[in-house]
Ligand binder design. Structure first.
Ligand SMILES: NC(=O)C1=CN([C@@H]2O[C@H](COP(=O)(O)OP(=O)(O)OC[C@H]3O[C@@H](n4cnc5c(N)ncnc54)[C@H](OP(=O)(O)O)[C@@H]3O)[C@@H](O)[C@H]2O)C=CC1
Ligand SMILES: N[C@@H](CC=O)C(=O)O
Ligand code: NA
Length: 376
């Protein structure tokens, strides 16, 4: 009998998104095994910050037992360049799933792609840091201008988690529409915070308590200061602006409003910051009552005006009847204004953070890579 084609999967990061991804991978692996023709999706490497588990002979790791197996690993973490070299010698195509928020790891994507390793990731760093890294990634990738033997790269979950934001924008651009403006709520954490701390109609909890909840729900970045300083939204807008054709230099090259109180800017750890944040709840209460006096609520939004190349991120006041004011939970709303859609934007709305919905975007990207690899 003909052996099914094998695709080798390496996963880095097993936090909220990584664990949800592993459970979706298990589901996909079983579906692909029964498909016609069958496909063998084989997990061959799992790595976290201090441990790595590797399938010695490419035979695969039992997905259901990964976390327990990882815990038993001791000893030093192998250097990442050695891991990439090892993966490039796999007996078939390799897909690297980066579920970390590590910039150093993201900076090795061009090298991995040139070695024929495909990448799917929710990690925004590679696509939103210096423009030079973005350019190197797409010069190396087979779905950029790289060699057909190079790897493919997809990163849907870097904006709006699993919502089809990047695929929609790419299709608008590739089918010749002209995107003039993109605006909305791009952070699940910020959406959750303002929807629960300052709901339409009044009431709401203490700001610092809502930040704690957002972290517990898995919405925040590993360090919640990366959400509250506006940089997470700035990174998402950088990615969208670049896909819309603007060569945005970096996420700090345009105005970004931070919600970090001045006095807490010097906190050395995220834990210290979380501990001291309740002392500043009064500042956010003042913001809430001043907006309420005008019959409005405040929300954290972003926009890209393509013709003027203006990108900005920060707080804005909205009437209670505005769709942005009426968002619930961790919902994002992304409005694409284009020549084809005229005055009424194409709108994408739904949960913009959380392990399951983010992993869905990553698994969806894996499916896109599988379908491309099957054609080769
Ligand atoms: N949470 C969400 O809703 C969304 C998240 N994202 C993105 O998804 C990514 C993961 O987020 P999330 O799962 O919430 O984060 P977590 O903090 O829960 O998990 C991060 C994981 O990455 C591992 N890790 C960190 N640095 C390294 C490294 N250098 N080498 C190997 N492993 C490393 C950590 O290891 P260890 O377990 O040892 O600590 C951990 O397993 C981030 O880039 C985030 O921006 C995108 C959209 C939505
Ligand atoms: N921390 C981010 C996670 C998704 O990108 C957010 O809250 O939106
Ligand atoms: Na998305």
């Amino acid at each position: 009998m003909l052996q099914p084609q094998s695709i080798y999967i390496a996963v880095v990061g097993v936090g909220g998104v990584g664990q949800a991804f592993l459970s979706q991978l298990q589901h996909l692996e079983s579906r692909m095994r029964k498909a016609s023709p069958p496909l063998d999706l084989r997990l061959v490497l799992v790595r976290r910050s201090k441990q790595q588990l590797q399938s010695a002979d490419w035979s695969g790791i039992d997905i259901s037992n990964v976390l327990t197996l990882l815990k038993s690993i001791t000893g030093p973490l192998p250097p990442w360049n050695e891991v990439l070299n090892h993966l490039s010698k796999a007996p078939g195509k390799v897909v690297l799933v980066d579920n970390t928020s590590d910039l150093a790891l993201a900076s090795t994507y061009p090298e991995a792609l040139k070695k024929g390793i495909s990448i799917v990731t929710p990690n925004k760093k590679a696509f939103s840091d210096d423009y030079a890294l973005w350019a190197k990634i797409f010069e190396a990738a087979a779905n950029g201008t790289g060699s057909p033997n190079a790897g493919y790269v997809f990163h849907e979950s870097t904006v709006g988690a699993g919502l089809p934001v990047l695929s929609t924008l790419k299709e608008l651009v590739e089918t010749g529409d002209e995107v003039t403006k993109i605006e909305g709520v791009f952070s699940g954490t910020m959406s959750f915070l303002f929807n629960s701390f300052m709901p339409v109609g009044g009431g709401g909890g203490k700001f610092s308590a809502e930040v704690k909840k957002a972290k517990e729900l898995g919405y925040t970045e590993p360090d919640p200061r990366d959400d509250l300083n506006g940089l997470d939204v700035a990174r998402k807008l950088t990615i969208l602006a670049r896909l819309a054709g603007l060569k945005v230099k970096s996420p700090t090259s345009f105005p970004v409003e931070s919600l970090i109180p001045k006095e807490l800017e010097s906190c050395s750890t995220g834990d210290e910051f979380m501990e001291k944040l309740p002392e500043f709840d009064n500042q956010m209460d003042e913001l809430k009552s001043s907006a309420a006096k005008e019959g409005k609520v405040v929300r954290f939004v972003g926009s890209i005006d393509v013709p003027s190349k203006a990108v900005k991120v920060g707080l804005e006041k909205f009437d209670a009847s505005h769709p942005i004011a009426a968002l619930k939970g961790s919902d994002n709303i992304i409005n694409f204004y284009t020549k084809r859609y005229g005055f009424n934007p194409l709108i994408i709305q739904g949960a913009g953070a959380g392990g399951g919905v983010t992993a869905m975007g990553v698994t969806g990207d894996l499916l896109k890579v599988i379908s491309l690899l099957k054609q080769n």
